[in-house]
Design a binder for this molecule. Structure first.
Ligand SMILES: *[C@@H]1O[C@H](CO)[C@@H](O)[C@H](O)[C@H]1NC(C)=O
Ligand SMILES: *[C@@H]1O[C@H](CO)[C@@H](O)[C@H](O)[C@H]1NC(C)=O
Ligand SMILES: *[C@@H]1O[C@H](CO)[C@@H](O)[C@H](O)[C@H]1NC(C)=O
Length: 386
């Protein structure tokens, strides 16, 4: 509000206070800081519902998500004689002059880092009087909500986040919080509604679950409402961007086992290229996820892939030296290297029969080891609990 608008508002309130209608609304002893009481002196009951328009920016690097929602809260204040002013109004909206003087639940959003109340083109808030005298307030917010994410299973993870609502200064002896679908609610309806079927880029969102607790503060006990969200990450993007490319590089690195052991340039370049490519992919994956001091599922995969290409690279020097040893042997005993009929073998036959023993073993060992790893990896992470 600008200072001129504020002055105008004060003047309006002053004039309104002088109006006899105003006097009939408020009893003589009315303090806007005192919560209303029920007929039997019980604590005020506040009913809350969220209409969630949109969930986006679910971010593991910021450890939070963004929520666009309508917050609805409903309470009853028997001290007010609102009929005096509203009987003739068809819309039954409480005027701002009255709203500013009545008691309102001091609702806070405990785990939101920042928030924003929409003000286009008017402040996105109204208070309405229902037929049974309940005051019904609707407000439109955008929140940045905190969420501690656990990434051990990333990218096969499921994140449990919540938005926690409480009353700032009112203990549960003076006012209690309830979800709108509480059995005692006079206008029972869904507490948490996902208004639009919104699908954020990477996640599936389950229907949010309402939850209520009473927590102890230093002097008092307060009621809190939780809206629990479950975000399940869709794995397709990670499969396409990380798992399949690194797997292909590992498979490519085996190509060298089928090349002649004397093809040094070909075999070394395959080895070096696969190690470099894998390292690049690891760096890329690190950039897109926060660095945590535990192993994420994707780190395990990348580490094993790096180990596989490293070992495939290491295999060549060993095969090369073993080959040298055998070649010397063959030259020193030429008679042993003849076919069963005693002829000297052709080049092709020699190649076929004397494929390096290390290469022969690797052709079987490397794919089997990787295959066993893939099975164990996916079986472990897909069956692992949260
Ligand atoms: C409401 O309307 C009735 C008759 O139409 C009138 O007598 C009364 O003064 C009105 N009340 C207010 C608060 O304007
Ligand atoms: C909630 O309110 C809507 C609109 O007033 C109504 O159509 C719906 O039946 C209500 N749901 C429940 C569970 O009462
Ligand atoms: C909601 O989340 C809170 C905090 O994580 C948890 O204590 C509670 O059990 C959850 N309730 C439901 C119904 O999921």
């Amino acid at each position: 509000m600008t200072s001129a608008a504020r002055l105008l508002f004060v003047i309006k309130v002053v004039f309104f206070t002088l109006n006899p209608v105003f006097k009939s609304i408020f009893p003589s002893e009315y303090y806007s800081s005192d919560p209303p009481r029920g007929a039997d002196g019980s604590a005020a009951k506040i009913f809350v519902a969220f209409h969630i328009m949109d969930i986006d920016e679910i971010s593991e690097s910021k450890m939070g998500f963004r929520l666009h929602l309508f917050v609805i809260d409903m309470w009853k204040d028997d001290r007010l004689n609102l009929d005096a002013v509203l009987d003739n109004s068809s819309v039954r909206i409480v005027p701002e002059e009255i709203y500013s003087r009545i008691w309102k639940p001091d609702i806070i959003f405990v785990n939101s880092k920042s928030g924003y109340l929409f003000r286009q083109s008017v402040t996105n808030k109204f208070v309405k009087i229902l037929d049974d005298g309940h005051l019904y307030r609707t407000t439109r917010y955008l929140f940045q909500v905190d969420c501690l994410m656990k990434l051990q299973k990333y990218p096969m993870d499921k994140q449990n986040c919540f938005l926690k609502v409480g009353l700032l200064s009112t203990p549960s002896t003076d006012a209690t919080l309830h979800w709108m679908d509480d059995p005692i609610s006079p206008h029972r309806n869904v507490s948490l509604r996902l208004v639009e079927t919104n699908a954020p880029l990477q996640f599936d969102i389950a229907q949010p679950k309402p939850h209520k607790t009473t927590e102890q503060w230093i002097f008092t006990e307060c009621d809190y409402l939780y809206a629990n969200f479950t975000f399940t990450r869709r794995i397709t993007a990670s499969l396409l961007n990380t798992y399949i490319p690194t797997g292909i590089v590992v498979i490519m690195s085996w190509g060298s086992f089928w090349l002649d052991v004397n093809a040094t340039p070909a075999r070394t370049s395959i080895g070096v290229t696969s190690v470099l490519t894998t390292v690049t992919q690891i760096v890329q994956s690190r950039n897109s996820t926060p660095s945590v001091d535990y192993l994420k599922a994707v780190d395990v995969w990348l580490f094993i892939c790096l180990l596989m290409v490293f070992l495939a690279n290491l295999e060549y020097p060993i095969a090369y030296n073993v080959e040298k040893f055998y070649t010397l042997n063959r030259y020193s005993q030429p008679d042993k290297y003849k076919d069963p009929k005693g002829r000297r073998m052709t080049v092709a036959q020699t190649l076929f029969r004397y494929t390096n023993i290390i290469d022969k073993v690797s052709r079987i060992m490397f794919p089997s080891a990787f295959f066993v790893f893939i099975i164990i990896y996916w079986a472990t992470y897909l069956s692992m609990g949260e």
